[in-house]
Design a protein around this ligand. Structure first.
Ligand code: TXA
Ligand code: MG
Length: 343
């Protein structure tokens, strides 16, 4: 018998033999620390998604990380630290609104772009003068970070371009044959990557929507500009950069229109808070039965993975209300979609 895991690339299909050789999942913080101190790459939990971590000060460890993730070297990494003191070792004094955000939201799902010191290798920032930094909100990883003499560079623990992992099992299914250990800390409580904020002439700019909503950021520092366009269909279908994407075709639009259009195909539905009688219940995944955007965010990536593994030809999805975390959910849905269907 062959067990198949569906990933974007055919190399992600694992046989039973490969599965038995998979990395151990465990909660041994000391072991994770020893591996990281030896220059290894270890998966770690955060409140947003699982990260693939390496010593941010060690070029060789960071190169290994880029290789495992199949990530192009022009795409920089987020550096995770356990305290403000540690961050001051590797960044120059941040602008005032950055401090305000850091004090308010850390530990938490917010990443700040700050001027780096030479201690951070250029490899981590892809040669950029700013480094992305955050203190994550997860007990095990905070404990690990506070024991380590260096911060951890960590992208999401998925092969480049695929859906981010929100459980240790997601990491194991795709990268388990390439890393020595997965620090298992349960399912991620936020479920969306961190919001990325930079500063241009002292003004905050959101570069990526995520687990900290625009509204709560504005409550702390006033109006901010969002650099990416969200909540609207792209001007040219197919122009979207494919990211966070399942391997099956994924169509996004108003559900009744999609259901009318894809009648000839076996479809899987990604629905927000209601079932659709046109499709068998076991081919539908609901993001939240209580219409909660927080719950929908928590479930989003696991739902896409579940649908990707079903015996269906394509996945149909619909945007959620575009407020609070809904803006970030819709941003991910748009990036995951092969096509935005409009009438
Ligand atoms: O929640 C998160 O942010 C998760 C967890 C593991 O912390 N990490 C994560 O990392 O989502 P990653 O590598 O999948 O996404 C990081 C994003 C990339 O789009 C990258 O281009 C951007 O952050 N980024 C990193 N450093 C940057 C920099 N110096 N300037 C501009 N963008 C940067
Ligand atoms: Mg990622």
């Amino acid at each position: 018998m062959q067990i198949k895991y569906f990933g974007k690339r055919s190399t992600n299909f694992l046989t039973l033999t490969q599965l038995s050789a998979l990395t151990t999942l465990g909660s041994d913080i000391l072991y994770a620390r020893q591996l990281l101190e030896a220059g290894e790459v270890v998966a770690v939990p955060t409140e947003t998604v699982y990260g693939l971590a390496a010593n941010a000060y060690d070029k060789a460890a960071v190169s290994k990380l880029f290789h495992i993730k199949q990530r192009p070297s022009f795409d920089p990494l987020i550096v995770h630290a356990g305290s403000f003191e540690q961050i001051q070792d590797f960044v120059h004094a941040p602008p005032a609104p950055a401090w305000a955000l850091a004090r308010h939201f850390w530990p938490g799902p917010l990443t700040l772009l700050l001027e780096k010191k030479a201690l951070i290798p250029d490899l981590v920032t892809s040669g950029l003068p700013r480094v992305a930094v955050r203190i994550p909100q997860h007990g095990m990883t905070l404990q690990l970070l506070r024991q380590l003499p260096f911060p951890l560079a960590a992208p999401s623990a998925n092969p480049f371009g695929y859906i981010s992992p929100t459980t240790p099992q997601h990491v194991q299914a795709q990268l388990g044959h390439q890393i020595p250990y997965i620090l298992a800390g349960g399912p991620c409580t936020v479920g969306l990557e961190s919001t990325i904020v930079g500063f241009e002439a002292g003004q905050a700019v959101i570069y990526r929507l995520g687990g900290t909503s625009v509204e709560v950021i504005e409550q702390v520092i006033g109006p901010v500009r969002v650099a990416s366009t969200v909540g609207s269909p792209p001007s040219a279908p197919g122009a979207l950069k494919s990211h966070y994407a399942p391997s099956k075709p994924f169509f996004l639009g108003a559900m009744p229109d999609l259901l009318a259009r894809y009648t000839q195909q076996q479809v899987g539905l990604l629905a927000f808070d209601q079932h659709y009688p046109e499709v068998a219940p076991h081919h539908q995944v609901l993001l939240s039965t209580t219409s909660s955007l927080e719950e929908a965010a928590q479930n989003l990536f696991a739902a896409l993975r579940t649908l990707d593994a079903l015996p269906v030809d394509c996945i149909l999805g619909t945007p959620v209300p575009n407020q609070g975390l809904g803006q970030a959910i819709n941003d991910r849905l748009q990036r995951a979609a092969s096509r935005w269907v409009m009438d």
